[in-house]
Design a protein around this ligand. Structure first.
Ligand code: OGA
Ligand code: MN
Length: 283
């Protein structure tokens, strides 16, 4: 079956694709088509998937080198390229990151020097309710800004902090992990390394400060931008179904998740796709 876009997920972005099975041996023609649709739509939904960990790793790797997440305690024991997002416990130890609470708006790994350009997240076990994941189209949000604000942001950088995120939504990192994820500054307007699209590269969960502005001015501008980027016209809410996988463009969309009742079990598996080394530093 040929690949088809069967549904637009939100007015400005997101597409459901039929005709793709996430697997170890997908044809080059399928991978090329997915790569191009991923750039075009920024968020791809694959339904009815049956994906082994090997399939997930092999398929993801066709789009770039894979990140081994800094939170090694949540990696798949057999495939360290896979991060478990889950509230399942093994004794009193969580097997996954981001157990069952709300997770605030963020870009994956925006706090690294070579931040990921994509993530592929597959549902394995889902709660009966809650645990929806929201995406914001940060390119559309950038485009719609007043030119005065665009000018104000042009050339500016912001500080990204994994610690701030962990304080609000996760658990602290250990010393070695802290060393691997110190606060870092990136451009506020990011040009997509592959598609060239410009997007707002900041997020309520991890962006703490606009560099070069005084504290109050930085706070005001960030608060304005945080409210702006999550206006309903930029946001898509995903209500997960069994067999769903979502692949997002992590250079121009951010996401968040609803909490869910801890009596339910949720298990998701994620790979994280890196930009080519020569395009590693956001610009
Ligand atoms: C992620 C993430 C949210 C969710 O995997 O990067 O933020 O819905 N997940 O589990
Ligand atoms: Mn995430």
């Amino acid at each position: 079956m040929a690949i088809q876009v069967t549904r637009q997920l939100a007015p400005s972005f997101g597409a459901q694709l039929d005709g793709v099975q996430i697997s170890s041996n997908s044809d080059d023609s399928i991978i090329d088509a997915v790569r191009s649709l991923w750039g075009e739509h920024k968020l791809l939904l694959f339904r009815g998937q049956q994906v082994s960990e090997q399939d997930l790793v092999d398929f993801s790797r066709r789009f770039g080198e894979l990140e081994i997440h800094v939170r090694t305690e949540y990696l798949s024991p057999k495939h360290p390229e896979i991060l478990y997002v889950s509230n399942i416990k093994d004794g009193d130890k969580s097997i996954g990151i981001l157990a069952d609470t709300e997770v605030g708006w963020h870009y994956d790994q925006i706090y690294l020097a070579r931040p990921a350009v994509g993530s592929l997240l597959c549902a394995v076990q889902l709660p009966d309710e809650g645990g929806n994941t929201y995406f914001a189209d940060m390119a559309a949000a950038y485009d719609a800004l007043d030119s005065e604000i665009k000018q104000k942001l042009d050339g500016r950088r912001a500080t990204q902090s994994y610690e701030a995120f962990n304080r609000a939504y996760s658990v602290p990192t250990n010393d070695a992990q802290k060393k691997r994820s110190p606060d870092i500054d990136h451009p506020i307007i990011r040009t997509h390394p592959v598609t060239g699209v410009k997007a707002l590269y900041l997020c309520p969960g991890m962006t703490t400060r606009i560099v070069g502005l005084d504290e109050a001015e930085s706070r005001d501008l960030l608060d304005f931008l945080f409210e702006w980027t999550v206006r309903p016209e930029f946001v898509y809410v995903h209500r997960w179904q069994p067999g769903d996988c979502l692949m997002w463009d992590n250079a121009c969309t951010m996401h968040r998740r609803d909490p869910f009742d801890q009596r339910f079990t949720r298990l998701m598996k994620r790979t994280t796709i890196l930009p080519p080394p020569e395009l590693a530093t956001p610009f």
